[in-house]
Design a protein around this ligand. Structure first.
Ligand SMILES: [Zn+2]
Length: 88
């Protein structure tokens, strides 16, 4: 219990930024989730960074989706162009 309280009370922007990044790859523990939520309630900077992460992630996902919608002919042309550049 003491460790939990110590973790929550010493939780700062550095820990917040690490968890904001980490939670995009893997789920956080319950303690990490609550410490992060508590920190985000009082820290505008980390809240803004979290929104920017979300926008960036959304933008990257849209670009990936568009890339997946390329026709086979377009993919062949792109692959051919890349191979030509690598040969030069
Ligand atoms: Zn912060």
């Amino acid at each position: 219990m003491l460790r939990t309280l110590q973790y929550v009370f010493t939780f700062g922007c550095q820990e917040s930024l690490q968890l904001l990044s980490q939670r995009r790859d893997e789920p956080l523990s319950r303690l990490e989730t609550w410490a992060l939520r508590l920190h985000l309630l009082g820290c505008r900077t980390c809240g803004r960074i979290d929104r920017e992460f979300t926008l960036l992630e959304s933008s990257m996902r849209q670009r990936t989706d568009r890339a997946l919608q390329l026709s086979p002919a377009a993919r062949r042309r792109i692959r051919h162009a890349i191979e030509q550049r690598l040969m030069d």
